[in-house]
Design a protein around this ligand. Structure first.
Ligand code: B12
Length: 417
């Protein structure tokens, strides 16, 4: 039995520079499940030159984000033509909330659960040629019809560690801006917050599972890497979380350089912990500021206060912790709105930030509400860099203002490094 595990990526405007390049960690988890079953598998990712090996696969697993929806379906057609007997499974965060779009004739299983145990059961089912489809977590094409599996949630971490072979082979290619040899780490599932625009809170049927810091730190210790990017939506949601995390690192005398997500309200509220966090390894914090005007934040249900933002920025600077600030501009922005954001970036001397165009993601309530106003429904355009809703300004002017916000960023020493 041979399984191909493939990440399907679609290029964006920033693909030329690619300031962030990391391993397809989700496939490393699947590889680990297959290793434990003594099944040969190969990760395919053309971004890093991992091509399909020679030989016939029995199963091909395809994954990709929202922008890759059409590309995944096209890939399944190519593979079915090439290997008519292969079983094709698609899965991943996009598919978890959008299974219906993948029920096409060239796909056999639409995996919409986040559970690795269910993945294992599916593989067992395929191997034993069991004709009874799994009842949960996966839609199965059998006998010319789709059998729709129930939605599935996970209630506790499944304690499976990803296979780090891909990482070890390609780590010199992985980077987060100027930080090299970056390993991805996942601890929690879902998100405890409720921001209106966000997709992540929907995952695992809105059931949030906290990270087990002890297990996470143990895993980090087993990886030979310069940086560890913890991709959980929020590294700590309470003071207690941060204390627990630091206690473990201090007791174990672990030596890490960590990148993680924190909210601005946490940074301001727990400012006395920042020095200790820096000593425990926190080197870069990614903060979703989203907007600098409270009316916008309210509409996003972000529950942060823009008045606190300058303080959060200066606290990080004082503590020598790098910041990536995340902002969104809305399609109905006026010239004045762009100017306000530009001024905020200048006044606060931000040298590292990303600006997205607010984009409703398929699967969210926002997408359903705005469906009739969408001017572009092509999946590839939902990369937060394209207008999919009609702007108030003429398109050309909107894009000119949007890209002019990036000029300072292009000059940023840190990014250029
Ligand atoms: C790091 C990251 C990236 C990295 C890539 C990481 C990677 N793994 O390859 C980079 C920076 C390159 C990136 C780029 C983009 N990203 Co991104 N990214 C993330 C982030 C922060 C973490 C993803 C991650 O690696 N998690 C760790 C893995 C192990 O967790 P996981 O994916 O949940 O997988 C688990 C389960 O879900 C399950 N599973 C996952 N896949 C599969 C597949 C199968 C078959 C099975 C059985 C199980 C399974 O098993 C895993 C183990 O538990 C998430 C936010 C988040 N919190 O999830 C956004 C996120 C995934 N990104 C998102 C988006 C939109 C993008 C972009 C399209 C746009 C952009 N501007 O960011 C680009 C696309 C680039 C491209 N060419 O494809 C969206 C996806 C929304 C969607 N519906 O698809 C997310 C959710 C953020 C958001 N805005 O809401 N991203």
């Amino acid at each position: 039995m041979i399984v191909f595990l493939e990440k399907v990526r679609v290029k964006t405007i920033f693909s030329v520079v690619d300031p962030v390049r990391v391993e397809p960690l989700e496939l490393c988890y699947l590889k680990s499940v297959l290793n434990n079953m003594n099944i040969e598998s190969h990760i395919i990712d053309d971004m890093f030159g991992f091509e399909p090996p020679k030989g016939l696969p029995d199963i091909i697993v395809l994954t990709g984000y929202n922008t890759a929806e059409n590309a995944i379906i096209s890939k399944s057609k190519i593979y079915k033509n090439k290997f008519p007997d292969v079983k094709i499974i698609v899965g991943g965060v996009h598919i978890q909330e959008n299974a219906e779009y993948f029920r096409v004739s060239t796909i056999d299983y639409v995996f919409h659960s986040g559970s690795l145990n269910t993945f294992k059961q599916l593989i067992e089912n395929i191997i034993s040629d069991n004709c009874i489809p799994l009842s949960r977590g996966v839609d199965t094409f059998k006998g010319g019809d789709w059998h729709i599996g129930d939605k599935e949630s996970i209630y506790e971490n499944e304690s499976i560690k990803p296979d780090r072979d891909f990482f070890n082979k390609a780590k010199s290619q992985f980077k987060y801006l100027n930080k090299r040899n970056v390993a991805l780490i996942k601890g929690s599932i879902g998100c405890p917050y409720n921001c209106a625009f966000c997709y992540c809170k929907l995952l695992n049927n809105r059931h949030f599972i906290k990270a087990d810091y002890e297990a996470m730190i143990e895993e980090m210790e087993s990886i030979d890497s310069d940086y560890y990017w913890i991709v959980d939506d929020v590294l700590f949601s309470s003071r207690n979380d941060a204390l627990k995390f630091m206690d473990i690192i201090e007791k174990r005398k672990s030596d890490f350089k960590i990148i993680g997500y924190l909210r601005a309200d946490f940074i301001c509220r727990e400012r006395d912990l920042l020095k200790r966090l820096r000593d425990a390894g926190l080197r870069e914090v990614i903060v979703g500021f989203e907007a600098t005007v409270n009316d916008e934040l309210k509409a996003y249900e972000k529950t942060t206060n823009a008045i606190d933002y300058p303080l959060a920025i200066s606290l990080l600077k004082e503590n020598n912790i790098d910041l990536t600030a995340l902002f969104m501009v809305q399609p109905d922005y006026s010239v004045k709105d762009f100017k306000i954001l530009n001024k905020f970036i200048k006044d606060n001397k931000l040298d590292c930030y990303t600006i997205s165009i607010m984009t409703p993601i398929k699967g969210t309530k926002l997408y359903e509400e705005m469906k009739d106003s969408l001017i572009d429904k092509r999946a590839e355009k939902y990369d937060f860099l394209h207008l999919v809703l009609k702007p108030k300004l003429p398109k050309l002017i909107f894009y000119a203002l949007f890209y002019s916000l990036h000029i300072k960023l292009l000059k940023s020493v840190r990014r250029l490094k």
